[in-house]
Each structure stands twice: as C-alpha cells, then as structure tokens.
Design a protein around this ligand. Structure first.
Ligand SMILES: Cc1cc2nc3c(=O)[nH]c(=O)nc-3n(C[C@H](O)[C@H](O)[C@H](O)COP(=O)(O)OP(=O)(O)OC[C@H]3O[C@@H](n4cnc5c(N)ncnc54)[C@H](O)[C@@H]3O)c2cc1C
Length: 412
C-alpha cells in the first residue's frame, strides 16, 4: 500500500530538521521526516564541543544543544519524525521505500528533500600500505566511540588529515589522557578552519606537519607504529625524509563524501567535484520535485549555513507542491580560475541568489569576480581565501538582470 505524503525529508540532521520546520511554517501540514538513527539530530549528537550556532544564535552552543533547539521546535509544531527507519530506495517518481523493525513501507511524496549528510573516507579510499591491525579509526568513528559510548580508542595517537574533525579529535583525545604525537597533512596547508588549528593544536602543543603523509602502518594485532614522510608537489613521498612514530592508534580525517546512493537511484545528476547533486537556485535537483540541502549537497564547515540551506530547500519545495515554481533555470554557472566549485550550478536570471563556493588553494588579497561574457556583474575582494572555508556571495536580482552566462573566477 502506498502512503501519500506532501513532503518527505530524508535525514533528521540539522538540514532535515530546519527544512521540516520551515515547510510546516509555510503551510505544509503533511511533512514526514525519516531518520535511520534512534534519535534525531544527525552528526551533531556526537559533537559535544562548542562553537555551533555563532551566526544564527550569536552563542557558542554544543552540537546537541544546537540540535535540541530544532528538535524542540519540530515537536512543538507536531512534525512527524520517524526514527530507526532506513530509507532504502527513492524512485524518480518519488516513491520512497523504507525498512524498519516494523517492516517495509512505501510512500508516495509530492516532493522530497534529500538531507542525508555525508560519511568519511576510510583507509581503503586512500590506500595506505602496511599491515591491517586494529587501531585505525576514522575521526568520526573515534568521536562516536569516545563521546557517545565512553570507549577510549588509544593512548599514543597519530592523526592523518587536518580537516576539522581530525583537529577536534586531537584536542578531545588529549583531554581524555592520550598523547597526540602529530597531525600529519599531505597538502601544504591545513584543510581545517584556522580557529580549530589554534584552539585544538596550538593550545596543546600538538605539531601540525604539512606536506607529509603516512607511508606505512606496522603491527599485527594492534598498530605498533606508523611511518610518515615528506611529499613533493605532486604528493609523492620524498626518499630519505621518513620518520617513525611508536603509537597504538592512527586516526584518519581525510575527507567527507556526500551520501548520494539514494539520489543516484532516483536519477539525480551528481556533480563530480562536490559529490552532491547538481542544483538550481531553488536547490532543485535534475529530478523535478526532488531537492537537496546540507552535507549531502556540499560539505559545509558551519552548521548555521546547513540550517539556512535546509530552509531554502523547504521554501522552494513548498512552491513546487503549490505549483508555483515557474522558472526554468537554464543558465549554467561555471567555476573559473581559482574556484574549485560554485553552487548552484544553474540559475534563472532576475532573482536574488546566494552563491557558495570553495577556492582551489589559499590566496591573500584577491578579488572574486562574476562575469557574463565581457560584462562584469559583481566583484568582491577578500584579505584571505582558504579552501577550508566556504565562501558565500549574495547577488541581487538587479545584478543578474538578463544574464546569459555566468563565470565565477579569481582575478590573478
Ligand atoms: C566532527 C564534526 C565537527 C563539526 N564541528 C562543527 C563546529 O564546530 N561548528 C559548526 O558550525 N559546524 C561543525 N560541523 C559541521 C556541521 O555539524 C555539519 O555540517 C552538519 O551537522 C551537517 O548537517 P546535515 O543535516 O547535512 O547532515 P547530518 O548531521 O550528517 O545528518 C544527516 C542525517 O541523515 C541520516 N540518514 C542518512 N541516510 C539515511 C537513510 N538512508 N535513511 C534515513 N536516514 C538517513 C543520518 O543518519 C543523519 O542523521 C562539524 C561536523 C563534524 C562531522
């Protein structure tokens, strides 16, 4: 039996919760949020450090505190959130199949919002040579074990990758009594926020070794040592630069991958660079009526923008349900020199749009320019640009008056 719903949201993390609340406030009563974990809140439930909500609430909340504000509001609006249910499949005609302890169910939605978040890259994804002992964890798994299950992961730790989760775990494991020997980063710059480098490494005297990688893991039952080496500009280890750390744990913080298997089954086109859906300014994917937001769309560094994206997806999903999305977003947005990606990937003219993007490498005192052919539409100068920090630039409808092509690039 097909159960009909106006709006189904997959994932009850900050993106999904914000979307559900906004849709309900905009008059859609029949909203269903589906979550595979036992509790709503998403990855925030294991992020017990503070620093969430600085933009939205002007307060430094912990992850669970930030999530609770949304969970409470969803409850007060009587939004239906079903937890402990896994969405198994979404079809392009918006049939959603779920599995839970109470069995298999199928729903037919008028619109769907994808808010599944992302998962971490593992050792297999980066092919580190050596034996395969216990003691190799991704940073998120280590965070989950330490923060939610009270299980300590090791005593002497090396961390590979200087993304925010790795940096935060360097501090967390130090608090729990471990010795963090080093954070090793293959790139010549960190892929984490500067505030996390200061607060999580510098404040605890943990060295950050840039342009280095792990070239060997040793140990049988358990990790005994890892060997690191300097890398050249192509990322290849340089002979004669290796250094061995006696340790029992290697934590990997080597990137996040948007969880888009369901999106692919639904026929959603995925962007090769972001790993998320290609969307228009309504956050609508290539399948009409399916929208995407949060980390499943692009990996965010700040949760405040995740919530804002969830709200935008909800507003436009409501317009879709009410039949009032009329525009055809057929202007392609191109990421030019120095820009790794820009989102949305297609737009319609004459609308206010916030563009999000990441740069390819660190820059100082550079200008990001939006151009339509030879016509300069907007420019904005930044003292510093960092690949770890998402850049957001607003363009007004009048800026995008009759635009035909849009290229975004860094003026060298
Ligand atoms: C370790 C860590 C530290 C961070 N620190 C900060 C910080 O200090 N400040 C800050 O602002 N931001 C921080 N962030 C970033 C921010 O927390 C994330 O960007 C944000 O939580 C992502 O929200 P989301 O809703 O997109 O995804 P998630 O929170 O990952 O939620 C996705 C949800 O979808 C569910 N789901 C997935 N697939 C299915 C399925 N098939 N069926 C049912 N449910 C499904 C998942 O179980 C999950 O609950 C941090 C992130 C991490 C990982």
């Amino acid at each position: 039996m097909l159960i009909k719903k106006d709006l189904i949201i997959v994932g009850a993390g900050p993106a999904g919760l914000a979307a559900a609340i906004e849709a309900k406030k905009k008059g859609i009563d029949d909203v269903l949020v589906l979550e595979r974990e036992l509790n709503a809140g998403g990855i925030l439930n294991q992020c017990i450090h503070d620093g969430f909500g600085l933009i939205r609430f002007k307060e430094a909340l912990t992850g669970p505190e930030y999530a609770k504000r949304f969970i409470d509001e969803a409850k007060s609006l009587n939004i239906e959130i079903i937890t402990n249910v896994m969405v198994q499949d979404i079809s392009s005609d918006k049939v959603v199949t779920t599995i839970s302890p109470s069995g298999i169910k199928t729903y037919k939605a008028s619109a769907i919002i994808l808010a599944m978040g992302c998962r971490e890259r593992t050792r297999g994804a980066i092919c580190i040579p050596g034996t395969r002992p216990a003691g190799v964890f991704t940073a998120g798994v280590a965070q989950n074990l330490v923060n939610l299950k009270n299980i300590m992961v090791g005593k002497r730790v090396v961390i590979l990758g200087s993304g925010d989760i790795g940096l935060i775990m360097a501090r967390r494991l130090t608090f729990e009594g471990a010795k963090v020997l080093a954070v090793v980063e293959k790139l010549p710059y960190s892929s984490g926020l500067q505030r996390n480098i200061t607060q999580c490494l510098d404040d605890f005297g943990i060295p950050l070794l840039l342009s280095h990688t792990v070239i060997k893991i040793e140990g049988h039952e358990r990790v005994k040592s890892v060997t690191i080496a300097k890398v050249d500009e192509q990322g290849n280890p340089i002979r004669g630069t290796s250094k061995k750390f006696e340790c029992d744990t290697l934590i990997l913080s080597v990137g996040l991958i948007p969880e888009n298997e369901l999106s692919l089954n639904a026929g959603v086109h995925i962007d090769d660079i972001t790993g998320g859906a290609r969307v228009d300014e309504n956050l609508q994917t290539s399948v009409p009526g399916i929208f995407a937001c949060g980390n499943v769309l692009q990996v965010h560094d700040l949760v405040d923008y995740v919530s804002a994206e969830g709200e935008l997806a909800a507003r436009t999903a409501v317009d879709y349900i009410n039949g009032s999305i009329k525009n055809k977003s057929d202007i392609t947005v191109i990421a030019g020199n120095g820009i790794r990606y820009v989102l949305p990937q297609s737009i319609s003219p004459n609308k206010d749009i916030t563009f999000s993007m990441r740069v390819t490498s660190p820059y100082k005192n550079k200008t990001i320019i939006f151009k339509d052919g030879n016509r300069q539409i907007k420019k904005k100068t930044f003292k510093a640009l960092n690949p770890a920090e998402m850049v957001r630039i607003d363009l007004k409808a009048q800026d995008l008056n009759d635009v035909r092509n849009l290229e975004v690039f860094i003026d060298e």
